[in-house]
Design a protein around this ligand. Structure first.
Ligand code: GAP
Length: 602
């Protein structure tokens, strides 16, 4: 019941997105293309505002983060180094009957009775002797008539050329929580096989193996590949970050939940480079760790990776709250050790409680991932160092100065810890033991000279998922009076003014009064250089308000006869300012409008 309410809400949201021009299906006139979406006029503005808010927060308002804009197609070696070429895959299986494709790890477990068939022979006299020995099975609810299973199995064998199937054998098995059957029709699925999610293309006119390239599945790798260049030109020192916004492509097996899982999407990623804990300890004498939940405050030189990780989780939560997602709509999910990527020390996913999310044991929407914040150790830069042969280490003056002052026992302890960590990494990459040992020893010696490969904390968010979360969060139906004062249901998108696609709508009360229109255009032109303004003179004023409520425009400015001074000089050059959420109107002087609105939409 609750589930269907959520689905119903999702359907209304999807309908609004199309009706009002937030999101359209890509290539709709040709029947669409699965997993690709276009943003209409309002959606395009919303996405720009999201990216702008992120970029401001992550780089322009910080001294310790620099921006980057890299290409989508990069050298294929990048994807070998990152591991995507070999391991960026999802398990996939197909329905043996309908051929529908599933992500094997997303199939809801099914229980019931499985009917197994060893094959079928053809009972049609014209096909005497024909048989198919493909084994097949159908899962049905325990207690349901076997004919349900047989009907499906007959279709399976008919597809294999057996016109009148007579089963070669039928046995039953009670099955608990199995993901081997299609939840929609009970048919057996193929065995799961790995499917690489990267889109392939060719650079240049010849489609040969050496010209093959991938469309990037994440923006992060360009940041690692350009790490040294950015470090040099930005004159940053560790700790510092590089951020990027851009398109990413994944050939998702099963795109779903509207734009949530798409095949083309945008990411906003930060790679924040930090010292390894051994270097922090050598410089500060200790490593500060989180002392409790919450924001740890202003970054400090003694922070180790754990507190930096916590810092970025809290920064990101603040960001979401700052653009209107209430804290209660977000979930901070700490990945379990068995869920972590092999290089990650800790990952926190920030989930949003989308209407299509599953419900948890308490009946609350469990949430779906908006962003992952991973502590990725020094894996990425180390990989690029290995694959490119270019040094990715940095010289840290403070470490170089601090190291000689350490007690011998401390030097030995820190060296040994660093050696062990590097040895673990090198051994995992498949280096022969002796080489790995020699190299790790060399790297521990480099640490003592102030050189190390930086570690990284990566907050990685999706623009499209955030747009969908903001749309879902904003969607609201309430009651409001129509032009005749009768109450009607109003759809209102309660976007935070900072990310609302249009900030203010300007309306002349009547379009056939040139003086009103001229004044309204004057107000539009006054505001336009500073914020997105929509001018609308068509239809009754109540209808115009409703249209802007649906678009999520937080403010409406109406120019009426008072503005022209026709009702008395005291109201001349004042307008009504309407608030979308409260629907309250106040009289404001035209020359006070800009500072007042600028303050509200900032
Ligand atoms: N560099 C790390 C990385 O790419 P990820 O968890 O695979 O990590 C990061 O992706 C974010 O990108 C996700 O939290 C999500 O917001 C977005 N994202 C990933 N796959 C997506 C898809 N198929 N459709 C829309 N957004 C996606």
């Amino acid at each position: 019941m609750v589930e269907s309410k959520s689905n119903d809400l999702m359907e209304r949201i999807v309908a609004l997105c199309k009706r009002r021009g937030f999101i359209f299906q890509s290539s709709e006139i040709y029947g669409g293309i699965n997993g690709f979406w276009d943003y209409g006029p309002l959606g395009a503005e919303l996405k720009r505002n999201i990216k702008e808010a992120w970029w401001q927060t992550m780089t322009r308002w910080r001294d310790d983060v620099a921006g980057l804009e890299a290409t989508i197609i990069m050298h294929p070696k990048i994807w070998e180094a990152s591991g995507h070429a070999t391991t960026f895959s999802d398990p996939m299986c197909d329905c043996l009957l309908t051929k529908k494709r599933f992500r094997a790890d997303q199939i809801d477990p099914q229980s019931g009775t499985a009917y197994h068939y060893a094959g079928a022979r053809d009972a049609a006299p014209a096909n005497a002797g024909r048989q198919c020995e493909d084994p097949y099975a159908v899962l049905i609810e325990t207690g349901k008539h076997p004919e349900y299973a047989r009907k499906v199995a007959r279709q399976f064998y008919q597809q294999r050329g057996i016109a009148e199937p007579e089963f070669l054998g039928e046995r039953t098995e009670v099955v608990e929580n199995s993901t081997r059957y299609n939840p929609e029709n009970g048919s057996l699925l193929t065995e799961a096989r790995q499917f690489n999610l990267m889109f392939k293309t060719y650079v240049g006119p010849v489609e040969s193996a050496e010209n093959m390239a991938w469309l990037r599945p994440e923006t992060a790798q360009a940041i690692f590949a350009q790490f040294k260049n950015v470090l040099e030109v930005s004159r940053q020192k560790i700790p510092f970050g590089i951020c990027q916004i851009g398109k990413a492509f994944r050939n998702e097996i099963n795109p779903r939940n509207f734009t949530f899982r798409s095949r083309e999407f945008e990411q906003m990623e930060l790679e924040f480079f930090i010292r390894p804990d051994e270097a922090v300890e050598a410089i500060s004498g200790h490593v500060a760790k989180p002392v409790g939940p919450g924001h740890p405050g202003k970054p400090q030189p003694d922070w180790g990776w754990q507190i930096w990780h916590q810092y970025w989780v809290e920064e990101r939560l603040r960001f979401y709250e700052g653009i209107g997602l209430p804290r209660a709509s977000l979930v901070e999910y700490w990945q379990k050790p068995e869920e972590l990527a092999h290089y990650a020390r800790a990952t926190v996913d920030i989930l949003y409680r989308f209407p299509f999310s599953k419900r948890d044991a308490k009946g609350e929407l469990a949430g779906e991932e908006l962003e992952g914040i991973a502590a990725r150790s020094d894996f990425d830069l180390s990989q690029h160092q290995r694959f490119s042969g270019k040094a990715m280490g940095v010289y840290d003056d403070e470490l170089k100065v601090a190291w000689p002052k350490l007690a011998e026992a401390k030097k030995a302890e820190l060296s040994e810890r660093y050696f062990a960590a590097r040895l673990k990494y090198l051994t995992k990459t498949g280096e022969p033991a002796a080489d790995a040992g020699r190299q790790a020893r060399q790297e521990a010696a480099n640490l003592a000279r102030g050189n190390y490969v930086p570690h990284v904390i990566e907050p990685s968010a999706g623009v499209d998922r955030l747009a969908l979360a903001l749309i879902s969060n904003a969607y609201c139906e309430d009651q409001a009076p129509d032009d005749k004062g009768n109450m009607e249901t109003r759809v209102v998108m309660r976007f935070h003014p900072r990310i609302a696609p249009v900030k203010v709508a300007v309306f002349p009360l009547l379009k056939n009064k040139p003086a009103l229109v001229a004044k309204a255009l004057e107000v539009r032109d006054l505001l336009r250089p500073h914020m997105t303004v929509f001018y609308d003179e068509a239809g009754a004023i109540g209808r115009r308000y409703r249209r802007q409520d649906e678009a999520g425009t937080p403010f409406g400015v109406t120019i009426d006869f008072d503005t022209l001074g026709e009702q008395g000089p005291e109201l001349k050059d004042t307008v009504t300012l309407r608030d979308r959420d409260t629907m309250k109107q106040q009289r404001v002087k035209v020359n006070e409008l800009l500072p007042l609105l600028s303050e509200k939409v900032r």
